[in-house]
Design a protein around this ligand. Sequence first.
Ligand code: SF4
Length: 382
Amino acid sequence: MSEIAHALLGASSAIRWINCPGSIRLTRELPDQTSEFAALGSAAHELCEKCLNDGSDAADYMGNDIKLKGCEFTVDAEMADAVQQYIDYIHTIPGEPLIEVRVSYDEIAPGGFGTADALNLHDGIGYLTDYKHGAGIRVDAFDNPQLKLYALGAYQEFGFLHNIDTWRLTIVQPRLDHISEWEITTRDLLAWGEEIKPIAELALTDHAPLHPGEKQCQFCRAKLSCRARADLAIQTAMYEFSEPTPKVDTLSDEDVATLLPLVGNIESWCKDIRTYALQRAEHGHPIAGYKLVSGRSIRRWGDAETVHTTLLQKGFDPNQFEIRKLIGIGAAEKLLGGKKAALPILKEITIKPQGKPALVTESDKRPALIATSAEADFSKVA
Ligand code: SF4
């Protein structure tokens, strides 16, 4: 199997290539764009590995630098606190973990492999734990293809050593206070592997179909220029209502319920097509009817020290031109030694007002509010 195939059917991109096999051929030639967030995540993973291997606490590394992928990160209170929560979780699992284990699921997806963060394997049950440093999107373990591929790889590599009939797959995402656990039997795991085998093989061909959709397109490197995604957005925007009888001029609540799930995909595509057009123009491919100009900008202070001195010399009192401001709560958490240490102090000195009402899908875990009057006073429903 070629090196390219090794990189192609990755576990972390499984949600994309399983749902859109053609994404492999569309992204094959595109450069990998490692973001600073991804590099920060890799640095945190490195700290997890160090701590679990040498039995130290994450705080022992505070102030140390971790160099990765051309970036350098200093272990600060926030990183140490997040990593420690993961280490504490791993210590609740019976047995010594295998750390950062390369697992191959080549029998399912040609050339596929990945790195499992922690594996604790026993007769009866295998624990596979994945650390997520990101604080943007909450990731759940339920039916998660990345974790299932790692588990298949672990079974392929170590299954002969243990009689594992159940897998506990866990995601620890400390910066969102989120731990998600899910169990699957080895039989169901292997059956799922058989289901995706033909998809993986198809994905490596030149005729693999494109199947756009919100979850697979979200992190696809081809999403800015993908025609299938553009077609889907346009077709969705051209949605036709079934004609009510008699004909009415305003949307019914049923119409709104039909439209709401469709708009997310159109919204994100609209932003992406603007980004793509700007990128093309910046790279010397003008878009007919458009031109590049300097964006609007607003005045701002130059060197703060010079501003301060100048205004003092002009006879002003600092109280007239300086505003004392409290730092943000996140920054205060760092100052107080991380989330855990800060919690009891912040409990005393912070308030959490009720958020503005937001409309979310029924699957959201927050309790529902009910409007109690036409002016929309809200109360919680258990
Ligand atoms: S943007 Fe969406 S449809 Fe296009 S290749 Fe990527 S995942 Fe497939």
